[in-house]
Design a protein. Structure first.
Length: 64
């Protein structure tokens, strides 16, 4: 039986982590974002959605 394709979400870093707290910096690294305008395609899970919420002022959701 074939597995269904997981839903994905594409995010882009729009803010700098220079003034961010340690927790926010760690969250950005956890999302795989290190530089401005970097984009990542991640699996759309509640954990990833929570991480995006934590750093909503630093990222934008490009595609759902």
């Amino acid at each position: 039986m074939a597995k269904k394709a997981a839903k994905t979400i594409k995010i882009r870093q729009t803010g700098s982590v220079i003034g961010a707290t340690k927790v926010q910096r760690a969250t950005m690294l956890g999302l795989g974002l290190k530089k401005m305008n970097a984009e990542r395609v991640l699996e759309d899970t509640p954990a990833v959605r929570g991480m995006i919420t934590k750093v909503a002022h630093l990222v934008t959701v490009v595609e759902d």
